[in-house]
Design a protein around this ligand. Sequence first.
Ligand SMILES: [Zn+2]
Ligand SMILES: [Zn+2]
Length: 170
Amino acid sequence: MAEQDKPIAGGCACGHVRYRLTSEPMIVHCCHCSWCQRESGAAFAVNALIEADRVELTKGNTVEVPTPSVSGAGQRFSRCPNCQVTLWTNYLGMSGGMGEMIRFVRVGTLDDPAPFPPDVHIYTSTKMPWVALPPDAPAFEEFYATKNVWLPASLERRKVLQAAAGSPVP
Ligand SMILES: [Zn+2]
Ligand SMILES: [Zn+2]
């Protein structure tokens, strides 16, 4: 995925928080797990995975809210202190110490989410029966092997993170 000239900007509902992504994400997940359903109050969560240092806060501040996760390691929601909309989350149990390095930006908080459809659907075993996926959409009942799904350029970006985290590259 190429760097793009146009900033990819987003923000919360009340306007206190504004942010921009300095490149396209590595991948966009649509997660149908029951945890994402509960946390979003909806049928699924759409998350753009991107290096933390490619998310620039351009206005306001976030508050970090610890939240339980299925792994037991916990996650952290970054919310607007006023309207409490979640802008992104970090999964602290991610392998190789990458939990702090990858933000899961909530695609619905982008000013224009349309250019970022899901690259992959995950945890479809708990998908709502009335959600129909596009027939050609990559979908997994649980999770997937990154090397089989991510585009080569994104795998290269992941390698950089793994090297920085000091974890072995599989
Ligand atoms: Zn707000
Ligand atoms: Zn989920």
